[in-house]
Design a protein around this ligand. Sequence first.
Ligand code: TYM
Length: 333
Amino acid sequence: MNKKIFSGVQPTGNLHLGNYLGAIKNFVELNNDKNNKCIFCVVDLHAITTKQDPLELKKNIRETVATFLASGIDPKKSIIFNQSMVSAHSEAAWILSCVSKIGWLNRMTQFKEKAGKDKEKASIGLYSYPVLMAADILLYDSSHVPVGDDQKQHLELCRDIAQKFNNDFNAPQFLKVPEPLIKKEFSRIMSLKDGLKKMSKSDPSDLSRINLTDDNDQIVNKIKKAKTDPMPMPESSKDLSKRPEAENLLGIYSSVTNNTLEKSIIEFQGKNFSEFKERLAEVLVEKILPISKEIKKLLNDSKYLDDIMLDGSNKAGIIATKKIKEIKLLVGF
Ligand code: TYM
């Protein structure tokens, strides 16, 4: 079956190993399959749901495109663009927000986490952000959406919004209800400092994550300092319950080496963490360093990156403009 793939990444700086293993690595595989039509979006409208410095944002938009390219997404095969250049995203988000229920958005755990205790001070954009995400996906009749595990709830909401719009406007199947593509394993990479907390760009400690722009010494140092427990490496996956740090590091190793968790456990059974960590740092350097070097090289040529976004926006714009026109007709405009 031909798949229409859509996914997005926020240009908020510090793209990390979680973004890579949870999402971008899968984008590359999907991009390489000739049967797929892929669209990868730098979601800059999502980024401004929290305060951004304009110059920093511009730099981060380019860095996100550079990361897509450096990881292996081919702009000749996939559309790469940034969201703000296709105005249909904002228009569709407004229309869809008028069919979405406050009760649905109140359930979103990510808003609760990001807004923290002072919910009253969060922006309205942060609250309605999943509706914009639904607009992104639905404008392109996307069939599959590859994301990390943390986006699951937002995708369920997107499906609800599509169905509600189709019902409200008596247009069965008009908005295509998408399928999430979330890997069963390693789709939630945890912090290197706390195995119960997601690896995140907003964690104040840089030691909690491997950034995709880290160099050799930073990667080795972060793995050396990663939290572990006093026990030796586990003998079986059963030993991993109540050992979140060991589970996370073994998960990272397995994902990077494309091995199953079971195979990785057998490889390091009963050994010391130090020996495992040395090997983990080695495979991470092997994987991340070429990406990091390529990102830095690409960032020297902002015109090249801007041209890719312009070309991608033109292509995405054609698809999205057609869909938003149909949406407006259905609504009665
Ligand atoms: P964002 O920018 O927070 O993250 C980008 C992608 O990285 C995944 N990810 C992780 N995966 C595993 N472990 C982690 N620790 C980890 N941290 C992040 C995310 O699941 C995501 O796939 N709302 C989205 C962006 C978005 C989008 C869309 C995605 C906007 N529109 C339409 C899909 C379709 C977000 O903020 O992702």
